[in-house]
Design a protein around this ligand. Structure first.
Ligand SMILES: *[C@@H]1O[C@H](CO)[C@@H](O)[C@H](O)[C@H]1NC(C)=O
Ligand SMILES: *[C@@H]1O[C@H](CO)[C@@H](O)[C@H](O)[C@H]1NC(C)=O
Ligand SMILES: *[C@@H]1O[C@H](CO)[C@@H](O)[C@H](O)[C@H]1NC(C)=O
Ligand SMILES: *[C@@H]1O[C@H](CO)[C@@H](O)[C@H](O)[C@H]1NC(C)=O
Ligand SMILES: *[C@@H]1O[C@H](CO)[C@@H](O)[C@H](O)[C@H]1NC(C)=O
Ligand SMILES: *[C@@H]1O[C@H](CO)[C@@H](O)[C@H](O)[C@H]1NC(C)=O
Ligand SMILES: *[C@@H]1O[C@H](CO)[C@@H](O)[C@H](O)[C@H]1NC(C)=O
Ligand SMILES: *[C@@H]1O[C@H](CO)[C@@H](O)[C@H](O)[C@H]1NC(C)=O
Length: 771
């Protein structure tokens, strides 16, 4: 696993929140999440909250123990940060090391861990998803009406037109949420679209008592939360654009669904104790879908509050969509590789933003650009500056267009962009093989990016017209739809196998995440141009943070259409109907791997196809018990399992790493002298017929090099709807595979029917050791 980024500019666009750099005043105190066994609570306590208070009160440090009972109560209350109701049985508290040790000997104590910082990880994307008003999922699901999507994020800009409630019906009576008032946030700002707004920062405040919050309310000052929530559910907004790019009517994936914002990510930082409280409240309020564009790296499931809280959500039938992370293209880089959530990778869409170079000889060459400022309408001098590594020379250029070439052994594209940005040339044209340009194109100065082949035309012109003086002009703000190939897997999208649970293939699916247009707070700058900040009601940003709410929106539509489906059934429908070929009918390419075909470790089953997901034919369902059996097979201790399940009832009578999941990952990684011996790995699956009635399916396997695959039986006959049938997939291979990753798929193809139920298969020599 690696944490370094290929691209220095990357952080600018991925909106990572930074943790305050100062040290807490009371350095010996820290926040802990403490899990308790509710069945051990003495009957005398009227509520679990009182029990938690009594537990803390009983362990207060002798030297800080107050002398009067009233201050004792005050001191206990100030130590307790949150008592949780749903997500965990337990609380968060600010404790000294000796207090923590004392808690560990308290009756009913299960486990504890330190509070951790958390990182955050569209006009056209709905059309790219195939959603339209005439047929398919939108009209059938009534655009997600009455489904409630909750987001834990940086807050929301309630005045954004995406959250106007025109066309919305009355709020469902089951909704228990609230619109909390706070700094610059009046409770009357909610409406029939934005039906809940709450904020959580007690954990962050306990960690840094001196912190002042610039906006102590659900109001978004970052932009991320406004962007994700409008992506999932935004109402229709006409004339949306990013300074002329991507113009059109904007709407979210489920434009009639409701949105509830739970702000737990702050400009000042973000901690898991607040995230837990936010999810706890969302469950109480009654959300149907949770969209979590955030995650923690490098933690096992029983210490990952997002995994723990979403287990409780799952038990309540809440669908949870999460972001895979932006640490790709390296393998094993993903977070939220949790078996009971949807883990979403990010892809491009078929929209490109262009700057067009118009040479004095009449030739026009379109390149890539998202420069928001003015075009260069009249001809100015254009010069070739080789690799643009000479900053002194660049500064002599002034009012000129310079051409920079990325060459083998030259300075990187990022450095070239940096050099031109910090010079006083008027415009830079960058010739590069890189197709993964989204972190460069939102430039703060006029810039166009071209492939070397197109660049050759410019260089030839510059060379041949040296005597007369080559000239060019630039036209910005051109948007092209139908670009090919699309989609492609974004390079930064984090890859599997899941470090926390390698035995379930992750990510699950890919959704639009690259250069997504969505709403933005009007007081948060979208970009800087010539040292001046620019503001706009829409912004184009990229990341798995953007793909996660797309998938959440699709899940909301499916939930509206198929209310009886479990979260696992919805996930299965999305995965088995996804596609793995692009709009040129070739395998979806991976921008992070020289445009080679993307593997399921990058894109999961494939790109989400909402209209098809409505009618998957068969589903792979998973019950709560199945997830527990998996935890047992991970060799977790009883306490570790109880930390996740909040119940001591599970005693691991059965255990299995082989979850009834719509995908397969097989490890051939034995490191011993018998490496060449063959072994067989078996996977058992049960599928449920959710089609109309009688149906027969036959298995179709794609060949996988060096491996022998077999399905038994090869034919599944269903006599009626809801009937279940089981099969076994065996993969025979060497104890240690030579290749790192080989992939293929198993499809159940309906005979005389339209359904194809496709599951990706990965065989790998990567280590299967879980965290
Ligand atoms: C933020 O606002 C809430 C409620 O309005 C208040 O209880 C809390 O003390 C405030 N927090 C800070 C750090 O100002
Ligand atoms: C919220 O705003 C409305 C309209 O401006 C006003 O009537 C109301 O008193 C405000 N409520 C609060 C709690 O400030
Ligand atoms: C925090 O505030 C306290 C009391 O106002 C002060 O004594 C302390 O120096 C402050 N600490 C920091 C790190 O600013
Ligand atoms: C720029 O790079 C070239 C090689 O590509 C090298 O010869 C030259 O010295 C470099 N110039 C500067 C100013 O670093
Ligand atoms: C460009 O900047 C350099 C250094 O800041 C300065 O010496 C030069 O005169 C400038 N050139 C133009 C054309 O503005
Ligand atoms: C760009 O691609 C071309 C064609 O594949 C190749 O000849 C050239 O060396 C590449 N340039 C760089 C800098 O990688
Ligand atoms: C769990 O423990 C058993 C027995 O020691 C071992 O065979 C198995 O490989 C372990 N499973 C995992 C996932 O580590
Ligand atoms: C196998 O073990 C050797 C020695 O312990 C180690 O160097 C090597 O990296 C291991 N290979 C794999 C594929 O794990």
């Amino acid at each position: 696993m690696t944490t370094t980024s290929q691209f220095p500019l990357y952080y600018v666009f991925l909106l990572s929140l930074t943790i305050p750099q100062f040290i807490a005043t009371l350095a010996h105190l820290d926040n802990y999440i403490v899990h308790m066994d509710l069945s051990s609570m003495p009957k005398a306590f009227s509520s679990h909250h009182n029990w938690y208070l009594a537990t803390i009160s009983s362990i207060l440090d002798g030297n800080t123990r107050p002398t009067t009972t009233t201050t004792a109560a005050a001191s206990t209350a100030s130590k307790l940060i949150y008592g949780y109701s749903n997500v965990i049985d337990g609380f968060s508290a600010s404790l000294s090391p000796s207090e923590l040790e004392a808690i560990k000997t308290s009756p009913g104590y299960v486990s504890s861990y330190r509070d951790k910082p958390v990182k955050l990880d569209t006009t056209h994307s709905t059309q790219f998803l195939g959603l339209n008003s005439y047929s398919g999922l939108w009209p059938v699901a009534d655009y997600g009406r009455d489904i409630i999507i909750g987001l834990v994020d940086t807050g929301i800009w309630p005045e954004s037109k995406s959250f106007y409630d025109g066309g919305m019906t009355e709020i469902p009576s089951r909704w228990k949420g609230e619109c909390e008032s706070g700094t610059q946030f009046n409770s009357s700002l909610c409406n029939k679209k934005l039906i809940g707004a709450r904020f959580f920062n007690k954990g962050l405040h306990a960690k840094f008592p001196n912190l002042t919050f610039s906006m102590n309310s659900t109001r978004d000052t970052d932009g991320h939360g406004t962007h994700t929530s409008s992506t999932a559910t935004g109402n229709y907004v006409g004339d949306a654009s990013y300074f002329g790019y991507a113009s059109g009517t904007a709407q979210g994936v489920s434009p009639r669904a409701r949105v509830a914002m739970y702000k737990a990510m702050w400009e000042e930082g973000a901690y898991t104790s607040d995230i837990l409280a936010a999810i706890d409240q969302a469950i109480i309020d009654g959300v149907d879908v949770l969209s979590l564009s955030l995650g923690l790296d490098g933690v096992p499931l029983h210490e990952d509050p997002v995994a723990i809280a979403t287990f409780a959500a799952l038990e309540k039938g809440i669908f949870v969509s999460t972001s895979a992370g932006n640490q790709g293209p390296y393998l094993e880089s993903l977070h939220n590789g949790t078996p009971w959530v949807l883990t979403v990778a990010a892809g491009t869409i078929d929209r490109e933003f262009r700057g067009i170079v118009i040479l004095d000889n009449g030739i026009s060459i379109p390149g890539t650009s998202l420069y928001p400022g003015n075009s260069i309408p009249s001809l100015i001098s254009i010069v070739s500056m080789d690799t643009c590594n000479d900053t002194k020379e660049l500064n002599k250029m002034g009012h000129k267009i310079v051409v920079c070439e990325e060459k083998i052994d030259s300075i990187s594209l990022a450095e070239q962009v940096y050099n031109v940005q910090n010079s006083n040339v008027t415009c830079g044209i960058f010739l590069t093989n890189t197709t993964d340009l989204e972190f460069f194109v939102q430039s703060t100065f006029p810039a166009v990016f071209l492939n070397p082949l197109d660049g050759e035309k410019i260089l030839d012109y510059v060379k041949t017209s040296n005597i007369v003086g080559p000239k060019a002009k630039i036209q910005f703000q051109e948007t092209v739809l139908g670009a090919r190939p699309a989609p492609r897997l974004a390079s930064y999208s984090s890859r599997g196998p899941s470090p926390s649970c390698p035995f379930v293939l992750k990510p699950d699916i890919m959704a639009p995440g690259a250069q997504i247009l969505a709403s933005w707070p009007e007081k948060t700058p979208v970009t800087d141009v010539n040292s001046g900040e620019l503001f706009n009601n829409f912004n184009i940003i990229s990341g798995t943070s953007m793909s996660c709410p797309h998938a959440a929106g699709v899940a909301a539509l499916l939930k509206s259409t198929r209310p009886e489906w479990s979260p696992a059934a919805i996930r299965s429908a999305m995965m088995t109907t996804s596609y793995s070929v692009d709009n040129t009918v070739n395998q979806i390419q991976d921008l992070g791997n020289s445009n080679q075909p993307a593997t399921p470790l990058g894109m999961g089953a494939g790109h989400v196809d909402p209209n098809k997901a409505m009618d998957p034919g068969l589903i792979y369902d998973v019950g709560v018990e199945d997830y527990v059996n998996l935890l047992c097979a991970l060799n977790y201790t009883v306490k570790q399992i109880q930390t996740i399940t909040r119940s001591s009832a599970y005693n691991c009578e059965s255990f299995s790493l082989d979850l009834n999941y719509p995908s397969f990952i097989a490890f051939f990684n034995a490191n011993d002298s018998a490496a060449d011996l063959k072994i067989v790995q078996e996977f058992w699956r049960t599928v449920t017929n959710v089609g109309e009635g009688m149906a027969t399916y036959v298995a179709k396997l794609t060949p996988m090099e060096g491996l022998k695959l077999r399905v038994v039986p090869e034919k599944l006959v269903f006599r009626e709807r809801s009937e279940k049938q089981s099969y076994k997939l065996s993969i025979e291979g060497p104890r240690l595979m030579r290749e790192m990753v080989v992939h293929g798929s198993l499809s159940w193809v309906e005979i005389e029917g339209k359904h194809v139920v496709r599951s990706p298969i990965v065989a790998t020599s990567i280590s299967s050791e879980a965290l």
